[in-house]
Design a protein around this ligand. Structure first.
Ligand SMILES: C[S@@+](CC[C@H](N)C(=O)[O-])C[C@H]1O[C@@H](n2cnc3c(N)ncnc32)[C@H](O)[C@@H]1O
Length: 258
């Protein structure tokens, strides 16, 4: 099938064209319960989840960014139900990560704290094949030589050589990323940094990145800018046109490489 293309159709139709074990990394955020109005989508979660498992390469990753609606003071729990269904499909739940939105616009009800995060469930198909964990937390002991010691659960200590502490340690699994503002009419775009940091963490250059619900095209744009191939599906013609407009200036770069 043609790569580096946005398919204006239901993602089930796009995935039906894909062979098994095809995609290195999927990053997506589905329509959350009935939280937002999109342009006439149909969303068959269980079929989509099974297809995502089939098309993901062995060791490949799926990042599912999701939240719940609250109906009369009761959160739906859909995010958890979906996470457990992905496990039933065969995925490992590799890491339950949180996207913390410091500038969240959702104040919640009077009896709840401000709604300020979304889940980022990271699944892998078997043992994960690519991890480039981002190290951007400055260490307190940067540059200092420290005594190496490793204590096991049974209290036994290993002798480990002394080492010099590096400048940065790996990031926590709660990512603080401000919510982006939409400049192209889509109501729920990813921040570019969110898509980019997952692309850097779970794939390598030349890998194939898929977003089955591409919206305004964020995942495709960040895949291109990081030298990954991409496929996108978007059911709405209007959003698909917007996404094509957004990636057009960057596509040439990808064509030069691949
Ligand atoms: C939460 S938005 C994604 C936003 C995207 N992450 C971005 O940065 O713009 C979900 C998108 O999924 C699309 N959609 C819903 N059901 C779909 C389906 N079955 N196949 C393809 N796209 C679908 C909607 O039209 C909507 O644009």
């Amino acid at each position: 099938m043609e790569l580096n293309k946005i398919y204006n159709e239901d993602c089930l139709k796009t995935m039906a064209k894909m062979p098994e074990n095809f995609i290195d990394l999927t990053i997506t955020s589905p329509p959350y319960d009935d939280l937002r109005e999109y342009k006439g989508y149909s969303f068959e979660f269980e079929k989509i989840a099974k297809e995502l498992f089939r098309v993901t390469k062995k060791g490949g990753v799926l990042v599912w960014v999701v939240n719940d609606a609250t109906n009369k003071g009761d959160e739906t729990g859909t995010a958890f139900k979906q996470a457990l269904f992905f496990k039933e499909c065969g995925f490992n739940l590799h890491d339950t990560m949180i996207w913390f939105k410091p500038n969240s616009f959702n104040f919640g009800s009077n009896s709840c704290y401000r709604q300020s995060f979304e889940y980022m469930f990271v699944f892998s198909k078997g043992k994960i094949k690519t991890t480039n964990l981002i190290k951007d937390i400055p260490t307190k002991l940067k540059g200092q030589k420290v005594k190496g010691a490793r204590k096991h659960a049974n209290g036994v200590r290993d002798v480990v050589p002394d080492f010099v502490v590096g400048d940065y340690k790996k990031r926590n699994n709660v990512w603080e990323i401000p919510v982006g503002t939409s400049n192209n009419g889509h109501p729920a775009i990813f921040p570019e940094k969110l898509a980019e940091d997952h692309i850097l963490s779970w794939s390598k250059e030349g890998d194939l990145v898929y977003d089955p619900m591409l919206g305004s095209g964020t995942t495709a744009k960040m895949a291109i800018l990081n030298n990954r191939k991409f496929i996108g599906s978007e059911i709405s013609k209007e959003y698909c046109d917007e996404a094509n407009k957004r990636i057009k200036p960057h596509l040439q770069q990808l064509k030069l490489i691949f």
